[in-house]
Write a protein that binds this ligand. Structure first.
Ligand code: MTE
Ligand code: MO
Length: 383
């Protein structure tokens, strides 16, 4: 592995691991802009950042259990209708550090910012699949294909030096409404190297691990991808499972992420000057489910008030309304007058009435994924 040609990164990122590079922005930076600037978007890598320098020769192979396999060059992908989808990408390990306080977990330690919201521009995977003879809303190809596997050009030690890979069900990949993209733009500009230049997959509403960067090939396969990150990682086990009794095959790979919300306007053990404070942050749910409500407590969860929510400043957010971005987070805000010592808590409810678990203990799992427990910050009023 070679880390001598990594791209430049913003100095304000908090680095959780250097090689491979894993970093997140300060939580306050996350809520300073509804669309996360590329510089402040978390970076999650499993190997060195690959270099693709001859873009005219770069291509993606689409093959496997399809009638007419094809090699697609960037020009072919750009010829397809271009879509812009605002979607929140969240690592399944977001908030892992807080989970490890219950009991040690394995994985990169993340605070609350392994998440970002971007406008992704590119071709729809459903259009690409049509090019190789797979019509929209196909569950099984005539030759038995049921899953769509994405293979990268990077090299990871977990794959014994092989590429990162993942798969999603064919029915999702071939559904135009699922908005799965082969993205070549992020926030209106060409993807940068950290985020997958020249082409990455974006699977909205699903944990970040399935949005494969630096795409090299797309395989239509009969069984789910057997790669490390599908079968030996990113699965959620019950609290009773440990490294001695783990049976990886007993669980399915995590796909949609659960309802999540985090306070970003306050750090833990903050000393604030005034008793009147603003409590704001992000809330998001997976699978295209909107946010129905965000509840705020200033007394550790005894009493609650409802926060206001928005996606575009000045426009009301109506969950599930077509004017809102179904794959994107909402920002919430509440003003409150707090006592001298306060435990501020936030919890969200999605449009399927899913709620966040009260405590991290009940969802503890050895890989430290899906920490969506009520978000708490301790605040003191002082000088
Ligand atoms: N794709 C490749 N090729 N290699 C990787 O290491 N990491 C995955 C996913 N795609 C990864 C990848 C994980 S775990 C996450 S959370 C997202 O990319 C992070 O995307 P970002 O770095 O653009 O934020
Ligand atoms: Mo991730």
């Amino acid at each position: 592995s070679n880390y001598s040609q990594e791209p430049p990164r913003h100095p304000s990122l908090r680095i959780n691991a250097k090689e491979p590079f894993n970093a997140e922005p300060p939580r306050s930076a996350l809520i300073s802009s509804y669309v996360t600037p590329v510089d402040f978007f978390y970076k999650r890598n499993h190997g060195p950042i690959p270099i693709v320098d001859d873009i005219s020769r770069y291509s993606v192979f689409v093959r496997g259990l399809v009638e007419c396999p094809k090699e697609l060059f960037m020009a072919d992908i750009r010829k397809l209708p271009k879509y812009e989808v605002t979607a929140t990408l969240q690592c399944a390990g977001n908030r892992r550090t807080a989970m490890s306080k219950t009991k040690t977990v394995k994985g990169v330690g993340w605070d609350v910012s392994a998440i970002g919201n971007a406008v992704w521009g590119g071709a729809k995977l459903s259009d690409v699949l049509e090019l190789v003879g797979v019509p929209n809303l196909t569950t099984t190809t005539s030759s038995g294909g049921k899953h769509v596997e994405f293979v990268s050009v990077d090299k990871c030690k977990e794959e014994n030096g092989g590429p990162y890979k993942a798969s999603i069900p064919l029915i999702q990949a071939s559904n135009p409404e699922a908005d799965v993209l082969l993205a070549y733009e992020m926030n209106g500009e060409a993807l940068n190297r950290d985020h997958g230049y020249p082409l990455r997959v974006v699977v909205p509403g699903v944990i970040g691990a399935r949005s494969v960067k630096w795409l090299e090939s797309i395989n239509i396969i009969a069984e789910e991808c057997q790669g490390f990150f599908m079968q030996k990682d990113y699965k959620m086990f019950p609290p009773s499972v440990n490294w001695e009794n783990i049976d990886w095959s007993s669980r399915r790979p995590q796909m949609d992420f659960p309802v999540q919300c985090v306070i970003c306007s306050l750090e833990d053990v903050n000393v604030v000057k005034e008793q009147k404070i603003t409590i704001s942050g992000y809330a998001v749910s997976g699978g295209g489910r909107g946010i129905e409500r965000v509840d705020i407590s200033i007394d550790g969860g005894k009493t609650w008030v409802e926060a206001s929510r928005y996606q575009k400043p000045g426009l009301p957010y109506i969950a599930d309304d077509i004017s809102c971005d179904k794959w994107a987070w909402v920002f919430f805000e509440a003003r409150a007058e707090i006592p001298k010592n306060a435990e501020i808590v936030a919890k969200a409810v999605d449009t399927s009435a899913n709620v966040q678990p009260e405590s991290v203990e009940v969802i503890w799992n050895l890989r430290g994924i899906n920490n969506t427990s009520w978000h708490r910050v301790q605040v003191r009023v002082g000088h």
